[in-house]
Design a protein. Structure first.
Length: 345
């Protein structure tokens, strides 16, 4: 059965803060959007890399965590009924003669989009992988770079590699249900929140888990998968038995298929103008960390500004010959109607 093509005025590639705010700015202008992201949750870097870290430079918000910012943005765009396609990577963007775009994802989803907004941060994020020959064959069996179902690891002999928030958070979460758990980090200092590190060290001191400083040099496998690893430490090699290896070495940004879309690429960024934040392909806009122009600053607030101007440019492209007039959410009845609020609110 052939999958039906989804027609949309706007397709946003990236569901980080800038992509979410792009939904808002388009929604204020009466433009509905679909959003695609390779991650299975919204929020981009904020959700994946520092959900609990404080952010201090969002205008009007003295302090919020990355996850709080994402949650507030999701609440803000609720009136606009954006459709999300998560866990999918846009693989094809093909311009049509009529100025629209045929877009496809690696999951087979097809769009006919009149405008495209690239809000992919610094590209799609891929986990930093182990480089031991033969270990890739065990991925999603006994080697994991993400935890989606924690109970899957109950009763397992787990080794966690990493020293950031993800590694420490999952150490604390899985220790109570694991048969055994060892945390291996290449150095004694951790990048995770101090309180989390203190909790981990207390568990290690009580003998409820093990903490080792060193680097993985080799692994061994049996018929069922990974059976153990060798850790090189300052005092020699340590052999660890395990049936589950969780690796949290962070995420590496990759431009990915975007590099093949015929855009003017500047190293790993996309050149845009500063009037519309349009790329070299008319109708495709790029906002946030993925774009480049003279004076570019990689700040969330800069991406928000870019989203606003790109939305107005798209409105005029979608309605040729009609000026997209600026209206204020404070006083405009049209804005209030689109936001689902009454003038009395």
């Amino acid at each position: 059965m052939t999958q039906q093509t989804i027609e949309t005025d706007a397709l946003i590639v990236g569901a980080g803060p800038c992509g979410l705010f792009q939904v808002f700015e388009l929604g204020l202008l009466g433009i509905k959007a679909h959003v695609v992201d390779t991650m299975r949750v919204v929020g981009g870097q904020c959700a994946e890399l520092y959900p609990d870290k404080p952010i201090y430079d969002i205008p009007g918000i003295p302090k919020c965590s990355g996850q709080e910012l994402v949650d507030n943005l999701m609440a803000q765009i609720e009136p606009f009924d954006a459709q999300f396609h998560l866990g999918e990577e846009v693989s094809v963007v093909r311009p049509r003669d009529d100025g629209a775009f045929d877009v496809e994802t690696d999951a087979g989803t097809k769009f006919l989009a009149k405008t495209v907004f690239i809000a992919g941060g610094v590209g799609s994020f891929q986990p930093r992988r182990m480089r031991l020959e033969g270990i890739d064959a065990h991925e999603e069996k006994s080697l994991f770079y993400r935890v989606r179902e924690p109970q899957r690891f109950a009763g397992r002999h787990i080794v966690i590699l990493g020293g950031g928030d993800s590694a420490l958070d999952w150490t604390l979460a899985l220790q109570p249900i694991a048969a055994s758990l060892t945390l291996v980090h290449r150095r004694a200092e951790y990048r995770a929140a101090p309180a989390t590190v203190a909790q981990m060290k207390a568990l290690a001191a009580d003998g409820k888990m093990r903490e080792i400083t060193g680097k993985v040099g080799a692994f061994r496998a049996d018929g069922d998968g990974i059976a153990g690893i060798t850790v090189d430490t300052d005092d020699g090699q340590v052999e660890l038995d395990c049936d589950t290896l969780l690796v949290f070495w962070g995420l590496a940004p990759k431009l990915g298929p975007i590099a093949e879309w015929g855009l003017d690429i500047n190293r790993k960024t996309i050149n845009v103008d500063t009037e519309k934040f349009e790329t070299s392909v008319p109708g495709i806009y790029a906002i946030g960390d993925i774009n480049y122009y003279p004076g570019k600053k990689k700040l969330i607030l800069s991406g928000f500004h870019e989203a606003a101007l790109a939305a107005f440019a798209a409105k005029e492209r979608l309605e040729p010959g009609r000026k997209a007039h600026l209206q204020y959410t404070t006083t405009s009845p049209i804005m209030h109607e689109r936001l689902g609020v009454s003038d009395a609110d």
